[in-house]
Design a protein around this ligand. Structure first.
Ligand SMILES: C[S@@+](CC[C@H](N)C(=O)[O-])C[C@H]1O[C@@H](n2cnc3c(N)ncnc32)[C@H](O)[C@@H]1O
Length: 468
């Protein structure tokens, strides 16, 4: 392959094509070695352990990234803009319609052979007007659903992931709980509903002084000051439980245990050295650490209700020995106030700082700095946002995307992270952070980055700080 310095666009196309071919061969080899057929786009999704195989994940990421870059390269700019971005609004609107109408569930309960649109309409709770085949065809053209014969649709791999965990009967009987059970329908429903409404305010929010427009596009769109209070309002029960599900599903897949147990040399700390899980919720990371490093003492802090109700229930029922022998202490604490645990050996926060705009995140960390001793370490477990280009100040190899892919791997990785980042801005005026932004956050609060430990795939990691 010609060198990365080549500026011949056709060479770039050839390189993208060749990355795709090589990666398909790699996929073929892995599936063959497990005597497993590669799943078809035309059939419903059956989650399979091979999807999490590292080689499969790597080859799939290269293919997706290269294919998307090819699409952008070979079409006219107008075609690219209209297909991906112009149509984007309608993709979201159409997805909202099919999720709210439980169309994927209707097709699933119909047996999967394909269903005429009239029949689909009959089985939906509020039968739509004649327009629904146009929405389904719009989505089928984008590989969500399949039009088998004219006006007859079936689930494909993508649309089947929109099925809810409840039966159609349960969905129709108790709509407020239809999203319970953690499926992609929650994320799609949430983003396409209150997320999309808020996104229409994003541009004006960015251009207006944030003090007048509220802390986020969401608050501007919904005319409230506090996202959480809005979710508590009467009538928003379904949205609240759906959003809780979305947050939980985001929390579940991004890391492996080794990232937490390997972030620092926990074993080298003396007996009863103190580790504080700040904003720890149930204390899931604390549990991982306490099992592996029982010589340390742990404190899980969160808001009073979370500690008194959820965390106590979790530990008392499932792991009472840790609380009984005093290894784990559950402590109500508001992290915007001085920390009651002074001179801890380690304070760590998982998925906290990305919920807050920089001045507020810095205020949380400043309280920890005030409580710390000179040897205290602070660890932030969070996504580490890559640039779409090479980072000239990078101290490690980054994500290792092959030329000519974007340095953040484009759509499959950078796409997901920038989506998460935009959504944090949209909902909370908050953000994911680059390596440089983690350093700035430290500088604002009296901490200096000592080390960055990346988890599997490189996009999620631990930023380890010591006192500045
Ligand atoms: C995204 S969750 C992360 C929970 C936990 N660190 C984890 O990774 O499982 C954010 C947590 O911050 C807590 N939180 C929000 N505001 C807080 C505050 N002012 N003081 C302490 N905890 C707070 C929430 O209750 C919630 O448990």
């Amino acid at each position: 392959m010609t060198s990365p310095s080549s500026d011949n666009p056709l060479t770039t196309l050839q390189a993208l094509g060749s990355l795709i071919t090589t990666s398909i061969t790699a996929l073929e080899a892995v599936y063959a070695s497990h005597s497993t057929p590669f799943p078809s786009l035309d059939t419903p999704w059956q989650p399979h352990p091979l999807e999490k195989d590292q080689q499969v994940a790597q080859a799939s990421a290269v293919i997706m990234s290269a294919a998307y870059q090819l699409i952008a390269s070979v079409g006219t700019p107008i075609a690219h803009l209209s297909n991906t971005h112009g149509a984007g609004a309608y993709v979201v609107a159409a997805l909202r319609y099919v999720v709210e109408g439980s169309v994927a569930d209707v097709l699933k309960e119909g047996g999967g052979e394909g269903m005429h649109v009239d029949e689909i309409a009959r089985k939906m709770k509020s039968p739509p007007a004649d327009n629904s085949p146009r929405v389904l065809r719009f989505l089928a053209t984008r590989h969500v659903f399949r039009e088998i014969t004219p006006n007859v649709f079936a689930n494909n791999r993508t649309s089947s992931a929109l099925c809810k965990a409840k039966s159609l009967k349960e969905i129709h009987e108790v709509p407020a709980k239809q999203y319970d059970g953690l499926t992609a329908a929650s994320l799609v429903g949430h983003v396409a509903d209150e997320g999309f409404l808020s996104a229409t305010h994003l541009s004006s929010w960015l251009q207006a002084p944030q003090t007048t427009a509220g802390p986020s596009p969401f608050t501007a769109a919904h005319q409230v000051n506090d996202v959480w209070k809005w979710y508590e309002e009467l009538g928003n029960e379904m949205r609240r439980s759906r959003f809780t599900g979305v947050m939980k599903s985001f929390d579940d897949g991004a890391w492996t245990e080794e990232l937490f147990t390997g972030a620092i040399d926990w074993a080298s700390y003396p007996e009863n050295a103190t580790v504080v899980d700040v904003g720890g919720s149930l204390g899931i990371v604390t549990l991982l650490l306490a099992r592996k490093f029982p010589h340390l003492k742990y404190v899980v802090q969160d808001l009073p209700k979370v500690i008194e109700v959820d965390a106590k229930k979790f530990w008392n029922h499932k792991h009472p020995e840790f609380v009984e022998n005093g290894k784990v202490v559950l402590q109500p604490h508001d992290f915007f106030t001085p920390n009651p645990i002074k001179q801890a050996d380690v304070y760590f926060l998982r998925n906290i700082t990305h919920d807050w705009a920089t001045p507020l995140a810095a205020s949380i960390l400043k309280h920890l700095r005030d409580a710390a001793k000179p040897t205290t370490k602070l660890i932030l477990f969070d996504f580490i946002m890559p640039y779409a280009c090479k980072d000239p100040n990078a101290t490690d190899a980054g994500l290792g995307a092959p030329w000519p892919l974007l340095a953040n791997f484009g759509l499959p990785l950078g796409g997901t992270l920038t989506f998460a980042d935009m959504h944090m801005m949209n909902m909370f005026g908050a953000q994911e952070r680059t390596v440089g932004e983690f350093a700035e956050l430290g500088a604002l609060s009296g901490w200096k980055v000592e080390n960055i430990v990346r988890g599997l795939g490189g996009a999620y990691g631990a930023t380890v700080y010591t006192s500045a």
